[in-house]
Design a protein around this ligand. Structure first.
Ligand SMILES: Cc1cc2nc3c(=O)[nH]c(=O)nc-3n(C[C@H](O)[C@H](O)[C@H](O)COP(=O)(O)O)c2cc1C
Length: 171
């Protein structure tokens, strides 16, 4: 049985629900998955494959998720790792959102070259204007980001399912 650890960071909780949906999909597909918050995750030695994700804030992952990926890279050894970002930029500007996600992953893989990344994806997230600090509320007035829950559960499910063969080629 392939044991998968889905590690996530979140500021407002919506990425935790995404991680739960991924765990559900992986388990339904015959793997043995569980989710853990990045700051509180179990030892990587007990797992065969990893999903690591975070929302983007100011173009970067929440630091605890990036730190988990970088500091645990050696302990994840050659095991497959899939990375995902959540973001709001891509709701109106998919190219800019994807560029931000790719840029962050490029930097992450530079500091952690032993990460065996087999897949990565950017998903649209859950954006609430009230969560912005006052100075970003001013910036946001000029090109408002659409508010609300933009999580694409079908895309999240499909991506999770697509990981099964990457994590366990015999399935
Ligand atoms: C202060 C702030 C900064 C943000 N910065 C970005 C960003 O740089 N790029 C992006 O795509 N989304 C950005 N977002 C949107 C969040 O990534 C998105 O709302 C995410 O789904 C929140 O996840 P969480 O509920 O797990 O914290 C930002 C949101 C806030 C409130």
């Amino acid at each position: 049985m392939t044991r998968v650890l889905v590690v996530y960071a979140t500021r407002f909780g919506s990425t935790r629900e995404v991680a739960s949906a991924m765990v559900h999909e992986l388990n339904t597909s015959g793997l043995q998955a569980q989710a853990a918050e990045a700051g509180n995750s179990p030892a990587p030695e007990n797992y065969d494959a990893f999903v690591i994700g975070s929302p983007l804030y100011g173009g970067k992952w929440i630091s605890v998720a990036g730190l988990f990926a970088a500091l645990m890279a050696e302990r994840m050894k050659e095991k497959p790792v899939a990375l995902f970002s959540m973001g709001a930029l891509s709701i109106k500007n998919p190219e800019a959102g994807l560029a931000e996600h790719k840029e962050f992953l490029k930097n992450l893989c530079e500091v952690a070259p032993s990460l065996n990344v087999v897949a990565d994806e950017l998903f649209t997230g859950y954006f609430e204007r009230s969560n912005l600090p006052w100075y970003l509320k001013i910036v946001d007035q000029f090109a408002p980001t659409p508010q609300g829950d933009h999580r694409d559960w079908v895309k999240i499910q499909k991506w999770s399912k697509s990981l099964v063969t990457k994590f366990h080629p015999a399935m």
